[in-house]
Design a protein around this ligand. Structure first.
Ligand code: ZN
Length: 85
């Protein structure tokens, strides 16, 4: 038995996963949540769940996820107090 060689199947699985990740970043994910603060609301990135700086950004500036704003008018409003985990 030779050691230290990754079986081809495992290698393939790994590159497929990277490929899928790269592809999903480029497919827009709908923004469906906004977080409400006292005087303002911020949209929430559907991938990293962090607040976005502005509305209608093409990409999340933190994770690079492409965003779709088609459903933003119907976005669910989240209050920070109820977000405790
Ligand atoms: Zn993000």
């Amino acid at each position: 038995m030779k050691s230290g060689i990754t079986p081809p199947a495992e290698k393939h699985k790994h590159s497929l996963r990277l490929f899928m990740e790269a592809v999903t970043y480029r497919i827009p994910l709908p923004v469906t949540k906004v977080i409400a603060f006292t005087n303002t609301t911020y949209p929430i990135c559907p991938r990293c769940n962090l607040s976005l700086e502005r509305e209608y950004m093409f990409f999340c500036d933190r994770c690079g996820q492409k965003l779709n704003w088609d459903f933003f008018e119907h976005a669910k409003v989240i209050h920070p107090d109820s977000q405790k985990e």
